[in-house]
Ligand binder design. Structure first.
Ligand code: ADP
Ligand code: 5GP
Length: 268
């Protein structure tokens, strides 16, 4: 597990993303060469207001596996517990893996706006309880929402600053193998999930970051780099500052022009 401060040196295959050919879903990823990246790591400060992270990818791609590997090492990360109308899988605990609720309770939570986002997926409803997310963000935590595409799109509207991460499988056959190998869903549910996977993968480009979960170890390093690199926030801030500077310059120009045209009514 990498340190939480200092520099992290990553040696990783440079993926040729053009090979993704997302539109026809040929996901063969070719490592073209090895790259060495040095990333300064800083812990996310508990004093600044928390960051929302949307974590999306097709069912079976390994989202849960990745989060279970990363979360125990970083107490500043908080995984939101969703509500769902689907039945618990063996080993799933109410209030820990999900809040397992009836359709009528779910409907009530939608009506009373207790959900930050929600969607129907493979015949069941899934949604993020709003209050715990707000509380954790207020405490400066980084809150992770592990949600499907429609929910991610809703969060993009309501929290445009959220970091949006998409997890890709190395290929569709590998995704199917993982879904079947997990032995947790019925054959019908697996088919629905695979159908939905094609739509979700085609939308991967909407997200800020795409990580291919081929080698689990490399995907863990990539995810930690994305979560802990200050680069994104710094570049966002730089961009905001630049936009503000541009706006100030425009205002100044318009003022100057206004004064000129008062002095000289023929001036443009
Ligand atoms: P998700 O949460 O995205 O639905 P899971 O985390 O349940 O997916 O993973 C689905 C299956 O794939 C699990 O059996 C898991 O052990 C396996 N898996 C996850 N990541 C990898 C990987 N990098 N290589 C091989 N198998 C993996
Ligand atoms: P599963 O049934 O495999 O646990 O989850 C199915 C899908 O629902 C996954 O893609 C998962 O990310 C998504 N999901 C889980 N919780 C939520 C949620 O609160 N909102 C939305 N929109 N999707 C969720």
């Amino acid at each position: 597990m990498p340190p939480e401060t200092g520099d992290l040196r990553i040696v990783a295959p440079r993926l040729n993303l053009l090979n993704l050919q997302l539109l026809n879903l040929n996901l063969s990823l070719t490592p073209t060469s090895m790259s060495v990246i040095t990333v300064p790591l800083e812990p996310i400060s508990p004093t600044r207001s928390g960051q929302l992270v949307v974590f999306t990818g097709p069912s079976g791609v390994g989202k849960g596996t990745l989060l279970r590997s990363v979360l125990p090492h970083h107490p500043q990360l908080h995984l939101s517990v969703s509500a769902t109308t689907r039945s618990p899988r063996s080993g799933e605990v109410d209030g820990q893996h999900y809040y397992f609720v009836s359709r009528s309770v779910f409907q009530e939570w939608v009506t009373t706006e207790q959900l930050l986002e929600w969607a129907e997926y493979a015949g069941n409803y899934y949604g993020t309880p709003r209050q715990p997310v707000v509380e954790q963000l207020e405490q400066g935590k980084t809150v992770i929402l592990e949600i499907e595409l429609e929910g991610a799109r809703q969060v993009r509207q309501t929290f445009p600053d959220a970091l949006q991460v998409f997890i890709l499988p190395p290929s569709l056959p590998t995704l199917e193998q993982r879904l079947r190998g997990r032995s947790q869903d019925s054959p019908e549910s697996i088919l629905k999930r695979l159908e939905r996977a094609k739509v979700e993968i085609a939308a991967a480009g909407e997200f800020d970051v795409q990580i291919v979960n081929d080698s689990l170890d490399q995907a863990i390093v990539a995810l930690e780099t994305v979560l802990f690199s200050p680069d994104r926030r710094e570049s966002d801030q730089l961009q905001d500052d630049r936009l503000q500077d541009d706006q100030l310059q425009n205002d100044q120009l318009q003022n100057d022009r206004g004064e000129e045209s008062q002095d000289n009514p023929d001036a443009l």
